[in-house]
Design a protein around this ligand. Sequence first.
Ligand code: BMA
Length: 322
Amino acid sequence: MAIFHRYSKNPILTPNKNNWWESKAVFNCSVSYDGRSVHMLYRAIGEYDQYISRIGYASSSDGFQFDRRPNIAILPTEDYEKHGMEDPRITQIDDKIFVTYVVLSEYVKNHPKIFSALAVTKNYDEFDKLGIITKNFDNNKDVIFFPDKFNIGYNFSDNSSFLILHRPTSLSNPDYQISRPSIWLSISSTESTLSNSVLLLKPEQDWEELKVGAGPSPIKTKEGWLLIYHGVSADKVYRAGAALLDLDDPRKVIARTKQPILEPEEGYEKIGDVNNVVFPTGTVLIDKKIFMYYGGADRVCCVASANLDELVEHILKDSIVA
Ligand code: BMA
């Protein structure tokens, strides 16, 4: 039985031919909910020659019908942003909205240098840029904060730690024998650096054989932190999976689905600029219902919903962790 139900009028956002910077593709959308409106940031492409990504903003009162702002939401003002700003991911911590995004900073021998950067906003109008936060890691994407701060593992002097999920391409630590990009958890005293990283999830199943990366910011449930992530199979199909992490110490994985919770089935997930991609990047919880926002085939934005209790029960039942 399917746990997530796609919105019947998917996709909810398609390219806007009348707006140059989002005329070809709009995808990988992240969201926050303030009790009245769903706020969305999304990745947009306006040309295929250089394939530079920009970030747009849209908002909705029902989570399905979005009104877009015509201008680019986060302008590429910094040198490290000039080759592209991709995959914005939103976390609300207290009254601040943290936005992490992938930046292609420069090209070296035809290959982009990939980092993740952080911007903070209170209103989605003005963004305070805190710079690249993954400097010490190679090709580090899928960076997302926990919405709460924690006191675990390290005794930082004054306040508690930021927990930040990330996916470095390589992390050389002889204690961990991993050969594939995996999800790490960093316990940092500030929001602008990643430190004290521990391995959280590595590829286990065929459908996630090539790599795994965190999706939206984790959601607190009574059984644990719900983490939705993507996994990539050997034949490059992107699917969504889910795990539950210990409430007090999220370094401990309580449960993790053997099977994906959503995979490319519909035309808008199978055919696009990159075929066969379901890429979850946002969730909101409204009255016990979880709305999962995701990119379809690197071309459009989509949403699917599930009952939160049923989803948690499903993860516990389909679990690979005892
Ligand atoms: C990832 C990112 C995403 C993209 C996905 C599928 O590495 O680049 O933005 O949606 O690949 O192409």
